[in-house]
Design a protein around this ligand. Sequence first.
Ligand SMILES: [Zn+2]
Length: 155
Amino acid sequence: MIVFDLSCAIGEHRFEAWFASSDSFADQQARGLIACPICGDADVRKAAMAPRVGAKSNQAVAAPAAAPPANAAEPTPELVRKVLAEIAAKQAEMLPQSRWVGRDFADAARAMHEGRAAEDLIHGQASPDEAQALRDDGIAAMPLLVPIIPPDAVN
Ligand SMILES: [Zn+2]
């Protein structure tokens, strides 16, 4: 069996029809035995196959197209890893220039903010309450985004 896409001459209606063979189609067409199921026109010919093939290939590309685009708002795991790697690199770059003050961080940051100590790049430990108090006083303190091992804990 073979399927043909057919169309009628009058309405250009498209329809499918099955035939035993290509010759069988030609024979039935010549004898006017094939009629358009929509308008009954017997002047029926093979429709161009391209649209049907096109529809199939469109389906094939529909799946990847339905996937989220690369610039969607949702960050991809690759992007998150890249950003984290950049943060870690930046932190690793800054930490050697930064003075470890351990648990004195809040006091040291406040002293610098109030001009009682020279401006310096410091890092250390602060309790959530201390960190909140610094923020309340408008003292810039950022949590280290990549955990580090306190130097005084390494022994
Ligand atoms: Zn028709």
